[in-house]
Design a protein around this ligand. Structure first.
Ligand SMILES: [Zn+2]
Length: 288
């Protein structure tokens, strides 16, 4: 066995770098099927076996949405870290540091401008991999900044939510972001500027209870979990058993909480169609 361990194995490892070998296959969290990552990339991270929509990293989401994957990033607002000097099992500042290192992002949001279907727009995408996409002051301020930019340029604003809710490490300041983001998107509504909210898995807590449900059109991705409190908490409170698909995109559509449920590969096309109609750029419809 020694010759194998000492000579053959190092050679194999050399030709197949560890990270590539490890990342070649991804297990679907829904059906447990092993999926070839190249295929998964092609299907925009929708399981080719069961159709489950895997969570998408923020950069991949931006590339997917904009024409020719072409967009300009807008810096997030710079605010003081750790406003209430919070500490649980770990200092909040340490948690931020670790997340910034692993995600290479400043906080749980990215803002970009570019074109979707030839229509200029501002897009703000939440990053679930950064502290569960939680909304603290930077995310809240970022949504306000993005909405302000859309207002100034008079172009549509699109948010893609994927969040566990408010960021508990920032206490009351994170809850205040709910009111601030609602005020920001309301300013767009007053000026007649389109605001489209895309709800990706999961959209819960203070994000679902603020701007994310206030789009002129709310679009949910297939199978997304969308709700305020968790199913178990509600069941324990009202002492009733809730339906199995409760808080899923399809159930919410049936009950009028979202307007459209769309498979991820069709999302961009759907957005482009709506943007053209809302900005009067769909000549065919105007002429008809
Ligand atoms: Zn699957």
């Amino acid at each position: 066995m020694n010759w194998f361990m000492n000579i053959v194995r190092p050679k194999i490892q050399k030709t197949t770098p560890k990270e590539i070998a490890n990342n070649m296959w991804v297990k679907c969290p829904n059906c447990n099927q092993m999926l070839f990552s190249k295929e998964l990339k092609k299907s925009l991270y929708v399981c080719t076996s069961c159709g489950h929509h895997l969570r998408l990293y923020v950069d991949k989401r931006l590339k997917m949405l904009f024409d020719d994957e072409n967009y300009t990033l807008i810096d997030l607002p710079v605010l003081a870290d750790d406003p209430i000097k919070f500490k649980d099992s770990q200092k909040y500042t340490d948690r931020l540091k670790a997340n910034r290192k692993s995600s290479e992002n400043q906080d749980a949001l990215k803002i970009a401008t570019g074109q979707i279907g030839g229509v200029d727009c501002v897009v703000a995408v939440m990053d679930f991999s950064f502290m569960g996409g939680s909304m603290g002051t930077v995310v809240g301020e970022g949504i306000v900044k993005a909405a302000d930019l859309a207002l100034k340029k008079k172009i549509p604003f699109i948010t893609v939510a994927s969040s566990g809710g408010a960021r508990m490490q920032e206490g009351i300041l994170s809850l205040m972001q709910m009111a601030r983001t609602v005020a920001a998107v309301n300013m767009l509504k007053e000026k007649g500027i389109p605001f489209i909210s895309v709800l990706a898995d999961p959209t819960t807590g203070g994000v679902s209870a603020s701007f994310a449900m206030l789009g002129d059109i709310n679009i949910a991705e297939t199978g997304s979990l969308i709700g305020f409190a968790g199913q178990r908490v509600i069941e324990q409170t009202i002492r009733e058993t809730l339906p199995e698909n409760f808080q899923r995109a399809e159930y919410l559509k049936e009950h009028g909480m979202v307007d459209i449920v769309v498979d991820r590969p069709n999302l961009k096309e759907e957005l482009a169609k709506i943007l053209k109609i809302l900005t009067n750029k769909n000549k065919a419809i105007v002429q008809d």
